[in-house]
Design a protein around this ligand. Structure first.
Ligand code: SF4
Length: 377
């Protein structure tokens, strides 16, 4: 029997469907009577919106407010400095994901520049690759600098469990894993939002990949508490347009609930097996600093006491200089949705993807990188 392959993505890239949704969205917003402000939390959505020109398509109807974006964008400079100092320790191999390599620390050095100075910094595609590196280099300390929202945390948990099962003594992990609902709640509680009214947000497009793991359940609290519709969305143009339409329907019907557009991957409960793995290895940090948001309570994970031998923050101590951001970089404001990348005077001239000044330009999912790539700057 001949099997016909169907590219599911093409269904969600269908221009006719986008056009039909555009008409429905505009018709409903005209009934509503004013422009609707929607924050997309995830940088993947920012890139889709720019790439497919959805912001231009809905200009005057929907204003997209870009949120924290990606784990690299929200990483405070002090954590980058920590990675750099750890990589400088003698007899050490520092492993991390490629996105982090070019992020400048406070001295303007990055892990990439360190590597060119001869330090042993390696990019891994899967964190599990560090197991092999540790096994092949028993005389060296191998440190994995783990970064990511809830999407990548289960894999780091697997790494730590495997390292323990193998009895590896020379492998440890710095956990920079952060939690998205806590950050959304923090944004909604920020003075700019609550008191000054500087940032207007009517609703959220919720992160798709993160929600595959955590499900839609964690968002229900703040949809209800803050009375903001949340729609978990996929990343193709039809996905984003459908999600916008679902949000507009909620606003028109005076509802504020969590809805799931990305049903082909996201469920209410999420991936329970992955959640269990994470809870076995990690515990909540009381607080964690996010770039642009400051200290956010209970918004990140640290390795728990059962796996403390694999916690690099427990194993090594380094002196960190007080970090200084570039005075003209407004990444923090971009992440909070207070400013656009184009409001930054360094954008596109001093700061470019080949010479990034701030994290929002380095990361492939950063808002500044998206504007640079898709706005023909
Ligand atoms: Fe920072 Fe560069 Fe973005 Fe300006 S353009 S906010 S310097 S990352």
């Amino acid at each position: 029997m001949k099997v016909m392959k169907v590219d599911i993505r093409s269904e969600f890239k269908d221009g006719e469907k986008v056009k039909a949704l555009e008409l429905k969205i505009k018709r409903d917003i005209e009934r509503f009577g004013s422009e609707v402000y929607i924050m997309e939390f995830c940088g993947g959505h920012t890139h889709s919106i720019m790439k497919y020109g959805i912001d231009e398509l809905l200009k005057g109807y929907v204003k997209f407010v870009h949120g924290p974006g990606c784990p690299v964008c929200v990483m405070p400079m002090q954590r980058i400095d920590l990675a750099i100092e750890l990589a400088k320790l003698p007899n050490t191999v520092l492993c991390t994901y490629g996105d982090l390599l070019r992020v400048p620390g406070s001295s303007r050095k990055s892990l990439l520049s360190l590597r060119s100075e001869g330090y042993n910094v390696r990019v891994v595609y899967s964190c599990l690759d560090t197991l092999k590196i540790a096994q092949e280099n028993p005389e060296k300390e191998v440190i994995f600098f783990a970064i990511g929202f809830e999407t990548t945390t289960p894999q780091t948990a697997v790494l730590i469990k495997k390292a323990k099962a193998l009895g590896l003594k020379n492998l440890s992990v710095v956990s920079n894993h952060v939690i998205t609902p806590a950050a959304i709640q923090h944004i909604l509680n920020s003075p700019e939002m609550r008191q000054i009214g500087k940032v207007k947000i009517d609703a959220f497009i919720g992160p798709g990949h993160v929600s595959v793991i955590i499900g839609t359940r964690p968002y229900h609290y703040f949809a209800e508490e803050f009375q903001k519709p949340v729609v978990i969305s996929g990343f193709e143009p039809v996905d984003v347009m459908q999600s916008v339409y679902m949000i507009i329907r909620q606003i028109l019907e005076k509802r504020a609930v969590v809805e799931n557009q990305y049903t082909r991957f996201v469920s209410y409960e999420g991936n329970l097996k992955a959640q269990k793995l994470v809870s076995e290895v990690f515990e909540l940090r009381k607080e964690f600093e996010w770039r642009g948001l400051g200290i956010v309570p209970y918004s990140a994970l640290k390795i728990n006491k059962f796996y403390k031998d694999f916690d690099a923050e427990n194993k090594f101590s380094v002196d960190l200089p007080k970090p200084k951001e570039h005075p003209a970089c407004i990444c923090g404001k971009v992440i909070r949705g207070v400013a656009l990348p184009t409001d930054c005077k360094l954008f596109g001239n001093v700061c470019t993807p080949s010479n990034p000044i701030g994290s929002c330009m380095v990361s492939s999912e950063g808002a500044c990188a998206a504007y640079f790539k898709y706005k023909n700057m």
